[in-house]
Write a protein that binds this ligand. Structure first.
Ligand code: MV4
Length: 446
């Protein structure tokens, strides 16, 4: 087993990885920017290295400094968490060429899945349904116009290097195509350094359901059930849960089967997520594959009882994990709310600043993953996630009412938070019914 891991992340996920290292008897090295010197992930690590100024490009995205920190501290492996360089095949490759293990899948696989139209091509080969669209990259607006006519409007233009919401446009008719094509390409070029685009039929208001998978890299893959992630605003997820409510059992089984078959086909070797869109008729389509741990992994941990990060590290270190022996069962239901330092009254504007008071919720069935404390200053340079509250219940309604109780218990003073907004969602009749899709928040805001 590894003796020391460098954690190339910050905030709550760095803390989460430190906790897994502790339980495995592995030393954890934190890296931090100048703005994060007082962060909990620094205080709780066994060693810490300041790797530069506060801007991400100067620190958490700076590969030479991360490698130097790993070499100086003698780390055996790097855990990238999520965000920053977590999906950079180049960083993974540099680590490996410096004889530092990468806790994640092989760089070549990260590269393939990071290229969204290549991922589509592979999943199509594996006979997983994909959304009708282009075969690979669309070279110019004429080709896009021809293809869109064949697919039928509305269509979606997407960046091959994309992810999240950047470099995508909905095209309602042929008159809009040219300008939206060029806008998407320019945005993709600016954001990812790759202006390549592909085309898909636009699905109106789908559900977003993803499957947690775990593979050994030799073709053995298990799933750890699905997560419903449709409650989001501007591509930022707000609430996730497992299992997904409001779908037929047959649909659920189909989603799980597609995810495992897709991951087996590419010989996936680590923890990963296969994302799907599900339309109103419960047709299921592959969307993307994420080659990292996700923010929302705790809901899966709460219903399966598995420590995903520990198993991910164990697998990377030893090539084995008891998880690979079979799909674990689940018990009950879990919900996660992401609490951000944002002002819902002011267009959800990020609101960094000093946390003057903090009282997290507790009691039966409640988990809080957070790096904040009273006296901590939320820096303006990074995302505004303050805490993830995860509740478990025998039933969905027990998890939901427990979440309401937890949000009411939670006190965060000094910065505005999204707590009240979450309470409003959790009490909404449509959320309670379990029948909602990715348009839920948009519809409310209109
Ligand atoms: C789609 C779609 C509808 N049709 N593709 C948004 C981010 C990007 N990663 C994929 N996204 C979408 N792709 C087709 N062909 C709707 C979305 C989408 C979405 C997807 C997942 C979760 C939330 C979403 C919110 C709005 C749009």
């Amino acid at each position: 087993m590894y003796k020391k891991i460098l954690i190339a992340a910050r905030g709550e996920i760095a803390l989460r990885i430190i906790r897994a290292c502790r339980e495995l008897g592995i030393k954890a090295v934190a890296v931090h920017s100048e703005a994060d010197s007082e962060s909990l992930h620094v205080k709780l690590a066994d060693e810490d290295v300041c790797i530069g100024r506060s801007q991400p490009a100067e620190s958490y995205l700076n590969i030479p400094r991360l490698i130097a920190a790993a070499e100086i501290t003698g780390a055996d492996a790097v855990h990238p968490g999520y965000g920053f360089l977590a999906e950079s095949p180049y960083f993974a490759e540099v680590c490996m060429s410096c004889k530092i293990d990468w806790i994640g899948p092989a760089p070549a696989l990260m590269e393939k899945m990071g290229h969204k139209s290549e991922a589509r091509r592979l999943m199509n080969e594996a006979e997983i349904p994909i959304i009708p669209g282009s075969e690979g990259i669309v070279e110019g607006e004429e080709e896009a116009l021809k293809l869109a006519g064949r697919i039928g409007y509305p269509v979606m233009i997407k960046a091959v290097a994309g992810g999240g919401g950047r470099g995508i446009r909905i095209v309602r008719g042929p008159d809009d195509l040219s300008s939206l094509f060029h806008a998407a390409s320019a945005e993709a070029e600016a954001s990812f350094g790759d202006g390549g685009l592909y085309l898909e039929k636009y699905l109106e208001s789908p559900r977003h359901i993803e499957v947690q998978i775990f593979g050994d890299g030799k073709g053995r893959v298990v799933h750890l059930r699905e997560r419903e992630c449709s409650i989001q605003r501007r591509h930022q997820k707000l609430i996730e849960e497992s299992p997904a409510p409001g779908i037929a059992e047959e649909t659920r089984e189909r989603i799980l089967d597609y995810a495992v078959r897709g991951a087996e086909y590419v010989r996936y070797g680590s923890l990963g997520t296969v994302e799907f869109l599900v339309d109103a008729e419960e047709n299921v389509y592959f969307l993307e594959m994420n080659t990292r741990v996700q923010v929302e992994h705790p809901v899966t941990e709460m219903v399966t009882g598995v420590d995903l990060i520990k198993e991910q590290i164990r697998l990377a270190s030893t090539g084995e994990s008891p998880l690979l022996d079979g799909n674990p069962g689940i018990s009950g239901h879990a919900i996660e709310c992401r609490i951000n330092a944002e002002d819902p009254e002011n267009g959800f504007k990020p609101a960094p600043g000093l946390v003057t008071f903090y009282h997290p919720p507790g009691g039966p069935g409640v988990r809080v993953d957070s790096h904040i404390y009273a006296g901590y200053t939320v820096p303006p340079y990074y995302d505004s996630l303050l805490a993830k509250i995860i509740t478990w219940g025998e039933t969905r309604d027990e998890a939901r009412t427990r979440m309401i109780r937890s949000l009411e218990e939670c006190v965060i003073e000094g910065v505005p938070t999204t707590i009240l907004f979450h309470l409003w969602i959790l009490r909404h009749e449509q959320f309670i019914s379990g029948r909602f899709d990715t348009s839920f928040i948009d519809r409310m805001e209109r």
